[in-house]
Design a protein around this ligand. Sequence first.
Ligand code: ADP
Length: 184
Amino acid sequence: MIIQLCGLSGAGKTTIATQVKSKAAAYGIAVEIIDGDAYRKALCKDLGFSKEDRCENIRRLGFVASKLSVHGVVCIISAINPYEAVRRELARTYKQVRTVFVDCDLETLVQRDTKGLYKRALLPHGHPDKLYNLTGINDPFEAPAAPDLHLHTHRQTIDACASEILAMIRHAAGHEAMHRYART
Ligand code: ADP
């Protein structure tokens, strides 16, 4: 199974994915977090933040996820993943892909500003530290039209969000086991 998260920086993708991983371990379910920031330092070093590069980034993360997921590892792709077309492409290309919208209102994000990015993006034009391509401020984010799950981190706890994803994983695992049983 591949879970592609999408949502603005600071919405809670990494935090929730980490929580899901530890909750899933209690059920013997292996989870690999494919973290956009980490892969940008390795496999995706050559990519920037243009639309083409952001889409290519997701394609590569999807490819890695597909290789692991055939072995039964649940892969959580944790990246901003802002474009609907590439999210759909992933869902079409690989089996058992779920899209989870990690949604959070902008006011809360600017307050959290865990990485200091919003402060930089909101600086006046021409300021040497200004960021010109922060998703949600001055770069597009296309909200998914029909996500499998829509979380709201400004009003749900981390634990509640992680539990919803875990329930989705366990539900899919139950179906898979039933199909295997039916085939034997
Ligand atoms: P992202 O990976 O989306 O950039 P992070 O997980 O790095 O976001 O940061 C999210 C921040 O928001 C963390 O500091 C986390 O503790 C906080 N937070 C508060 N409420 C929630 C929630 N319900 N879900 C996820 N994160 C939350």
